[in-house]
Every structure is written in structure tokens, then in C-alpha cells.
Design a protein around this ligand. Structure first.
Ligand code: NAI
Length: 467
């Protein structure tokens, strides 16, 4: 007779595998089902990790080409070896996916390769990689099926010339002309990579700004900076189609507000217009689960779909971010084990891994204004930070927003080299309900980029000292 699991998790991305690890730690009998053949999901296989491997390598390539001489380093002729660059990316991915598999074993989680489907309450059917079907009995089902890229009408993705993030991290040569549809996170990160490797990059965006969701001031500064780096922005333009010619691609667009059609030519097009939850063939109906208009699985309080069925990560509400999914996953394992499990989405940081990086947490100025919350702000530019000046990395600033009456920190917005690491100081502060003065009076090592965070916090009460 087959055993009954405490938890069966469908999907082996950051949401699923972190749920599995935590469930294993808590002594729950756990299985995880993944159809990709490897664990890690979008993040490890075709998202966060490979893109960061290329961002890092292309940054060093650009630095060797453009900046080393200024630092007194003679490097000779700097050349790109794209296959080797792709190779180190694949090595990073492989090492980490194997690492996740090891963590499953370490935490006594059964890893089942195949397509998982809910067959009814407490039942998950798996179409195995080996062609066999089995049904698992379980007290709890956790849906962690993630998301997939969306496209636009009249655009056929082939992952060779017209690509999503998947194809964009594996192009076989540097496209001479590259068009990005969507000036969101994926567009800007991958656009930066290929621009540094030599592509002429045009970013076409429907809105009249880049990075929806980011603070307006940050988005403006980012656009100025990326423009200087060579990215061309076509804002307020709606893409209506891409036509494939034998040697070229033609992209058709028109002003979002109406007007004449324009045509651009390119060698490759990256489509990065957002992602949607992946729930195809999941069998949600078998347990009475529902999705909303955007395909998001509806959950009641704290990740519950129905009794004994939970959902985490990109397929439910909240930001589509790996670290949010990780936290959801761990929280659900704790709830199943009878503990408290909660994730505060207001404190999930966002990081755009461009150079310089962009990072934020909490509310933007626009959100505070809309909510009618009175706030004070402190701002400090990296131009006035001694470490940034020493390193010749002076682009960007730190801005801290605090409640006008209580001084409690409500949000922080940063752009600068390494801010993806620095944002966490504010996450911790906000988690503890800190006032801006708490950060302002915390001793920060000198000379560090992080001092800009302290100076910005001082600025909230108007006593910035180094400017
Ligand atoms: P996104 O939602 O960040 O940006 C999509 C952009 O496409 C928006 O600016 C939108 O206005 C634009 N757009 C939509 N339709 C268009 C049209 N017809 N013509 C021109 N522009 C159009 O989505 P993205 O960049 O695809 O990323 C997907 C998800 O993956 C996001 O939730 C993102 O947060 C996540 N992600 C996070 C990363 C990170 O945390 N560093 C890295 C990569 C992805």
C-alpha cells in the first residue's frame, strides 16, 4: 500500500523547493514534483541565475574595454568569447540546480520527475518522465507552478530570433540590432547585457516611462543613465506585430495615443511584456479552485485555496519575484506544521540588476500621495559619497521616505552600484518598524557606499552632514 504524504508540492522552483526544505526540516513527509527534468524553476534555469551570470560577465567585459585604462590598467585588446561566456553561465546553473537536488535529499524530500496534476482532494497524479502514471495520496497539496512569459498578438516566439527571456540568455551570436519590447525588469537587464556585448539596442515601451512600479524619480534617473550607456528608448509606443524576413525582422509599432505606424528593423527581438501564472493542466477544478481574470489562483487568507490545498509564488497574488515565492513556500510549510506563517509583501524588496543597480522596498512617493499619507524625505547622491567617488561610481542616489508624524520608514528607493545589497538594511529596519532616525544614528563604516543610506536617513530630519 502506498504511503500518505503530509505534503506534495507541484513545481520545483524557488516557491516549491523552499517549501519542501522547510517541510522536511519540520519533519513532514514531503514529495516535490517537477516536469522540467531539473529543479530550480524559471529562476535557476532561465531567469535570475543565468541572467545574472551574463550581467556580471558583460559588466566585466565592458569595464575591461572602457574603464580599465582610466584606472591605470593596461589589458591589451579585449575580445569577446561568447561561447565561453555562455559556458560559465551554464556551469553556474548546473551547479546550483544540483545543489537544490542535494538539499531535497538532505531534507528527506522525495523528488519525482514528471507532470503533476490535482486529481481530487488529497490526490496528485504524476505523469512520470518514465512514461508511467502514479497517484500520490497526501494530506496537503502545495501548488507552486510559477509563471510563464506572455506575448503580444502578431508576434510568433521562436526562441531563436524572436525570443523571451529563455532565448535571450542563449543567443548564439551578438545581434547587430536588437529590439526589446517592454522597458520592465527583464527588458532592461537583458538589454544591458547585449548592449555591453555590442548590440545596438532599442527599447520599445507602451507607457511613457520605464520601469512601471519603480519610484518616478528613480525611473527618470535610470532612463537618463541607460540612455547615456547607449540604449535608445521609444516610449509611448504600442507594438502591433513582428514580421520575419529571411535575414531581418520588421517590427511594427504605433503611438499608444494613436498616430502613424512606424517600422523598425532588427536582427533579434526580445519580448518582455510581463508574465502570467502557469496553471495549464493543473486540475484546479478537481478541488474547486479558481483563477481570476489575470489567471492568478485565488487564495483566501494565508495561501489557502481550499482545505488541504495551498498555493505559493508567481501563480498567486503579490510580486512575481523568486524571493517572494521562497518566503511564501516556507510560510506554507510552517502553516501546515501548525505554526504561524506570514509574508509581508510590503517588505519584499525589488532589485533590478542593471549597472548601476536599482532597488526599492515599501511605498513609492506616488503611492503615498495617492493614499493621502503625509511623508518627509531624505535624499543623498552617490556623487557626494567618498567611496563612490574613489571608485568612480557616482551615478545615482538613495532616497528614504518616512511618516511625517511618527518618522517610521515607509519606503526606500536607491540607484547606484551595489544597492541590491544595501537595500536589506532598510528591509530589516522596516521589519522592526524603525524610524528614519534609527538608521541615521546607526554607525556605518567609512568609507562605504552604505554611508549614503545613513546620510539619506539623516536628510529626513534635515541634518545630512556630508553635503
Ligand atoms: P514587467 O511587468 O516588469 O515589464 C513589462 C513591460 O512591458 C511594462 O513596462 C509594460 O508597460 C510593457 N508592455 C506591455 N505591453 C506592451 C506593448 N504592447 N508594447 C510595448 N511595451 C509593452 O515584465 P517583465 O520585464 O517581462 O518581467 C516579468 C516578471 O519577471 C516581472 O514580474 C518581474 O518583476 C520579474 N523579473 C524580476 C527580475 C528581478 O527581480 N531582477 C528579473 C527579471 C524578471
Amino acid at each position: 500500500m502506498s504511503e500518505t504524504y503530509d505534503v506534495v508540492i507541484i513545481g520545483g522552483g524557488p516557491g516549491g523547493y523552499n517549501c519542501a526544505i522547510r517541510a522536511g526540516q519540520l519533519g513532514l513527509k514531503t514529495a516535490i514534483i517537477e516536469k522540467r527534468g531539473v529543479l530550480g524553476g524559471t529562476c535557476l534555469n532561465v531567469g535570475c541565475i543565468p541572467s545574472k551570470a551574463l550581467l556580471h560577465a558583460s559588466e566585466l567585459f565592458a569595464a575591461a574595454k572602457n574603464d580599465f585604462a582610466k584606472l591605470g590598467i593596461k589589458a591589451g585588446k579585449v575580445e569577446l568569447d561568447l561561447p565561453a561566456m555562455m559556458g560559465q553561465k551554464e556551469e553556474a546553473v548546473e551547479g546550483l540546480t544540483q545543489g537544490v537536488e542535494f538539499l531535497m535529499k538532505k531534507n528527506k524530500v522525495d523528488y519525482i520527475k514528471g507532470f503533476g496534476k490535482i486529481a481530487g482532494p488529497g490526490k496528485v497524479e504524476v505523469d512520470g518522465e518514465d512514461g508511467k502514471t502514479q497517484t500520490l495520496d497526501t494530506k496537503n497539496i502545495v501548488i507552486a507552478t510559477g509563471s510563464q512569459p506572455t506575448s503580444l498578438p502578431n508576434i510568433e516566439i521562436d526562441e531563436e530570433r524572436v525570443v523571451t527571456n529563455t532565448g535571450a540568455i542563449a543567443l548564439k551570436e551578438v545581434p547587430k540590432k536588437l529590439i526589446l519590447i517592454g522597458a520592465g525588469v527583464i527588458g532592461l537587464e537583458l538589454g544591458s547585457v547585449w548592449s555591453r556585448l555590442g548590440s545596438e539596442v532599442t527599447v520599445v515601451e507602451y507607457l511613457d516611462r520605464i520601469l512601471p512600479g519603480a519610484d518616478d524619480e528613480i525611473a527618470k534617473e535610470a532612463q537618463r543613465t541607460f540612455k547615456k550607456q547607449g540604449l535608445d528608448f521609444q516610449l509611448g509606443m504600442k507594438v502591433t506585430g513582428v514580421e520575419k524576413m529571411s535575414d531581418k525582422l520588421k517590427l511594427f509599432m504605433e503611438p499608444a495615443k494613436g498616430g502613424d505606424e512606424k517600422v523598425l528593423e532588427a536582427d533579434a527581438v526580445i519580448v518582455a511584456v510581463g508574465r502570467v501564472p502557469y496553471t495549464e493542466g493543473l486540475g484546479l477544478e478537481a478541488i474547486g479552485g479558481k483563477t481570476n481574470k489575470r489567471g492568478v489562483i485565488e487564495t483566501t487568507d494565508h495561501f489557502k485555496v481550499t482545505d488541504g490545498v495551498w498555493a505559493v509564488g508567481d501563480c498567486i497574488e503579490g510580486p512575481m519575484l523568486a524571493h517572494k515565492a521562497e518566503d511564501d513556500g516556507a510560510a506554507v510549510a510552517e502553516l501546515i506544521a501548525g505554526k504561524a506563517g506570514h509574508v509581508d509583501y510590503n517588505l519584499v524588496p525589488s532589485v533590478v540588476y542593471t549597472n548601476p543597480e536599482i532597488a526599492w522596498v515599501g511605498k513609492t512617493e506616488a503611492q503615498l500621495k495617492e493614499a493621502g499619507i503625509e511623508y518627509k524625505k531624505g535624499k543623498f547622491p552617490f556623487m557626494a559619497n567618498s567611496r563612490a567617488r574613489t571608485n568612480h561610481e557616482t551615478v545615482g542616489f538613495v532616497k528614504i521616505l518616512a511618516d511625517a508624524k511618527t518618522d517610521r520608514i515607509l519606503g526606500a528607493h536607491m540607484m547606484g552600484v551595489g544597492v541590491g545589497e544595501m537595500i536589506h538594511e532598510i528591509c530589516v529596519a522596516m521589519e522592526f518598524g524603525a524610524a528614519s532616525e534609527d538608521v541615521a544614528r546607526t554607525c556605518h563604516a567609512h568609507p562605504t557606499m552604505s554611508e549614503a543610506v545613513r546620510q539619506a536617513a539623516m536628510g529626513v530630519e534635515g541634518w545630512t552632514m556630508q553635503m
